[in-house]
Design a protein. Structure first.
Length: 96
């Protein structure tokens, strides 16, 4: 298991149009941060579920856990005790 903190600064350019008056972190940005935090090439995102909206400045914790198969990695991103997104990554085979 590996845990990291994710910080998305309130001045991130994605907030300019997503959404005026009530900025939210786009799911694509959140997923990009997850893949980047993994730190190695990802062959495929097998699944991703976005459970809660994320606002600028929210303190997030990202956790990676090897899947039972040993071939994939489960991730979950939480804000306090609340899961905001989760899913399954398939890294390049030599990098597990």
């Amino acid at each position: 298991m590996r845990t990291e903190r994710l910080d998305i600064p309130p001045e991130h350019p994605a907030f300019a149009g997503h959404f005026p008056g009530r900025p939210l972190v786009p799911g694509a940005l959140l997923l990009d941060l997850v893949v980047t935090a993994w730190g190695a090439p990802v062959r495929q995102v097998l699944s991703a579920k976005f459970q809660r909206p994320v606002a600028p400045g929210d303190a997030l914790t990202l956790t990676f856990v090897p899947a039972a198969s040993g071939m994939a990695v489960r991730f979950s991103c939480t804000r306090g005790e609340e899961t905001v997104c989760s899913g399954l990554l398939l890294p390049e085979p030599a990098l597990l």
